[in-house]
Design a protein around this ligand. Structure first.
Ligand SMILES: Cc1cc2nc3c(=O)[nH]c(=O)nc-3n(C[C@H](O)[C@H](O)[C@H](O)COP(=O)(O)OP(=O)(O)OC[C@H]3O[C@@H](n4cnc5c(N)ncnc54)[C@H](O)[C@@H]3O)c2cc1C
Length: 368
């Protein structure tokens, strides 16, 4: 039976949920507060556990030409540039996990989801609904209505985000790799987007106080360059290209895992219930997985409340584990001497299989 479902929030989580639920035979409406999405400077990595869902939703042809298939995940020493450890992705990941590892500009993913939504049944704004889904992000109002006030916690970390043209940069910077540079109190991530035309950069530093989390807070390139002075010359070439128009600062906030995800006919999805720090590149992936899980749960259970219990049961421990692990990775990335020396010796021992449990996940395996 098709339900009438209202979704608060049209971010990557809300839109993916709308598409999955719409394709699952439900009538959906997305209620988004923003008139335009501010996604400048924002690439996103989509690991196989997320791309599998997007491919099943039929987005493959639309995303082709927009995504870059990641060849390697490479971790480098901040000063010498040497590779501390790496995991082969590309065709190897696709064979191993049954779906590709992609990099894409967020705006392209938004657009693909919105275009695909034109084919599903949309609900009018009036009339009752069977389910309200809160996909309204880390500062979720829906969460507050259901479970009360609990402000998100500032982690002490700030991410600088930018996009620069890749033409003319050294080949190592243009490689189809996701590169993470580890240094004391900081790390730096970059990878190509727009089919290699631009490089997406995220630089995370330990900061003091912070008041907001916003796309609208511009950064000063000179401050960013100062923060990474002394890092490898390749990175300096990347930083030279950063301009004030395309540089944003983003405070990183966190919450403890929620013990319950639904109350009556209201449920949460994505950052609204399990905000995930970006160090494993899994926040949006979890929202995408949630979308597939909720759709499947509604198809399995005879009532909405039964389906919400199934959905929570399938998702809560996995997302909590990833929230906690992401936090721990932030700490590991920022180690200084002497612990960094042990980390650098131990990291290559993992032999590229560490993420198998994470990337192999397929919610359809949950069906008894
Ligand atoms: C630096 C950085 C890098 C990241 N990199 C990755 C990555 O590589 N891979 C990955 O998987 N994840 C990554 N993430 C995490 C990812 O961005 C988030 O987990 C994901 O965007 C969450 O999606 P969401 O739809 O749940 O929430 P959001 O993206 O926050 O969307 C919520 C939406 O709800 C709207 N809204 C809010 N309140 C209301 C309201 N009251 N009514 C109506 N609408 C409302 C907002 O305007 C917004 O559009 C990264 C995060 C950061 C900070």
């Amino acid at each position: 039976m098709g339900y009438r479902i209202a979704i608060a929030g049209g971010g990557l989580g809300g839109l993916t949920a709308a598409l999955a639920l719409g394709q699952g035979g439900h009538e959906v409406i997305v209620l988004e507060q923003a008139t335009a999405h501010r996604t400048a400077g924002a690439g996103i990595q989509l690991s196989p556990n997320a791309s599998r869902v997007l491919l099943r939703l039929g987005l493959g042809p639309t995303l082709e030409g927009k995504v870059t298939a990641t060849e390697r995940s490479r971790f480098r020493h901040f000063r010498t540039g040497r590779t501390i450890t790496e995991a082969r992705l590309g065709g190897e990941a696709e064979g191993r996990y049954g779906a590709p590892y992609w990099q894409i500009h967020r705006a392209d993913l938004h657009e693909a989801l919105q275009t695909a939504l034109a084919a599903v049944t949309l609900l009018g704004v009036d009339g009752p609904v069977d389910l309200l889904l809160g996909a309204d992000g880390i500062h979720s109002e829906v969460r507050r209505w259901c479970f009360g006030e609990a402000p998100a916690r500032f982690t002490g970390q700030v991410a600088w985000r930018f996009l620069v043209p890749s033409e003319g940069l050294p080949p190592a910077l243009q490689a189809r790799d996701s590169q993470v540079w580890w240094g004391p109190g900081k790390h730096f991530v970059h990878y190509p987007v727009d089919a290699g035309a631009r490089i997406n950069g995220v630089a995370v530093v330990e900061a003091g106080a912070w008041t907001e989390e916003s796309w609208a807070l511009p950064g000063q390139p000179e401050d960013l360059r100062t923060a990474f002075r002394g890092w490898h010359p390749e990175l300096q070439q990347l930083l030279e290209r950063v301009t004030p128009e395309g540089l944003f600062q983003w405070g990183l906030f966190d919450r403890a895992p929620l013990p319950r995800w639904h109350r009556g006919p209201v449920a949460l999805l994505g950052d609204a219930c399990h905000p995930t720090l970006p160090f494993l590149a899994q926040g949006a992936a979890m929202a995408i997985e949630d979308s597939a899980a909720l759709t499947l749960a509604l198809a399995q259970a005879p009532t909405v409340s039964g389906a919400l219990a199934v959905y929570e049961g399938w998702r809560r421990s996995r997302t909590a584990r990833i929230q906690q692990l992401s936090r721990r990775y932030g700490w590991v990335y920022h180690l200084g001497a002497p612990l960094a020396t042990f980390r650098n010796l131990a990291a290559p021992l993992a032999r590229g299989t560490t993420m198998d449990w994470l990337y192999r996940y397929d919610v359809e395996d949950q069906i008894p």
